[in-house]
Design a protein around this ligand. Sequence first.
Ligand SMILES: [Zn+2]
Length: 230
Amino acid sequence: MKAHVVVMRWFTDELTAGRLRVGDQLPGERALAEQLGISRNTLREALRVLEVLGAVETGTGSGPRAGTRVAASTGAAISTVFRLQLATRQTTPEDVFRVRLALETHAAAQSDPARGDWEAAEAILEQMDDPQLAVDEFLRLDAAFHVCCSRAAGNALLSVLMEALRLVIADHTLERAAALSDWPSTVARLQTQHREILDDLRAGRGGDAAARLERHIAGYHGLTEPAATR
Ligand SMILES: [Zn+2]
């Protein structure tokens, strides 16, 4: 078995058994290497992999934050993997569109108004009202608004996937924005739709919000269809 597999197995076993929790410090390098029967150098390399995955973080110096600790920020690694999938063309932008549609309409249908951070969602929309906002900035905030709304579904995995898709969605919608001839009127329409979706979610009308989201996302997709494939 490869050394990093040994370390990964030990790490997940410890977490699953509850012997390690997020924020806990890992055992010292020397003791852990001995326990796993690998060299300290190999252990260090394996820990680097866990760090890149966002599963551990390494503090510096001494004190309570020093050493290697269990972290829960694997979302960034998933986001990187999604972007690599697109860059290597294993995934197409059309796949992104369909998956976000499925995730977001499902999230809206499962949405609980008590769980949503509606003030944060509203604050994003207010930023998007700024007429000076560049197209890429607007679409970056647009993706953030959608991620924020989807959290009200209370599904941790769905939230991680949506957060990981945030940059991919922003890139994808920006790429397609070139097909739009009248940006200001697009902004006005999108913002009206966003506020209707938010109103529905806040009022507990998840089914209505899901239908509106479908029209909102598919509508933009249809409008920005590249001329060659229209
Ligand atoms: Zn939107």
